[in-house]
Design a protein around this ligand. Structure first.
Ligand code: RB5
Length: 145
């Protein structure tokens, strides 16, 4: 499985830690930057990761900013993206089972690396539930126009 990951300056440290965490587990990781904690604009990195997912260069995207909120709003502007801002493990599971989320956005400032790594592991380990959820996801995506 291939994961595209990116952050802004506020998420940079955890982006580096989460990248190593994923590589240790054998995931292929595409690091879309940044390469330092110098101030940047989160929509630029949300776009790079979202494009990887839509192009099927990555199975999932991971984005880290201060809260994860700006990254989610930005990534969801890209057609085909279902980005979720997650701060608890059970919501990570439900976002995959019910919503077929394909990008997870995390908080580098308010959630620890240890908690974010548990959240990310749960997200990646959970499959879409299909069944009754499939039609609802199709209706969500039809809202893109
Ligand atoms: C940067 O200061 C901060 O606004 C950004 O990391 C993110 O939290 C936005 O949603």
């Amino acid at each position: 499985m291939r994961i595209s990951i990116g952050s802004d300056h506020a998420g940079f440290e955890q982006k580096e830690q989460l990248k190593a965490h994923l590589e240790q587990q054998g995931f292929g990781v595409i690091d879309r930057g940044p390469t330092s904690d110098a101030r940047v604009d989160y929509p630029d990195f949300a776009a790079l990761v979202a494009d990887d997912v839509v192009a099927h260069d990555a199975d999932f995207g991971v984005l880290v900013c201060g809260t994860g909120i700006g990254m989610a709003i930005a990534a969801n502007k890209v057609h085909g993206i279902r980005a979720v801002n997650i701060v608890r493990e059970d919501f990570a599971v439900l976002s995959r089972e019910h919503n077929d989320a394909n990008v997870i956005t995390l908080s580098g400032r308010f959630v620890s690396f240890e908690e974010n790594s548990r959240i990310l592991d749960a997200f990646l380990a959970t499959s879409f539930g299909e069944g009754r959820h499939a039609g609802r996801v199709a209706k969500m995506m039809a809202l893109e126009g």
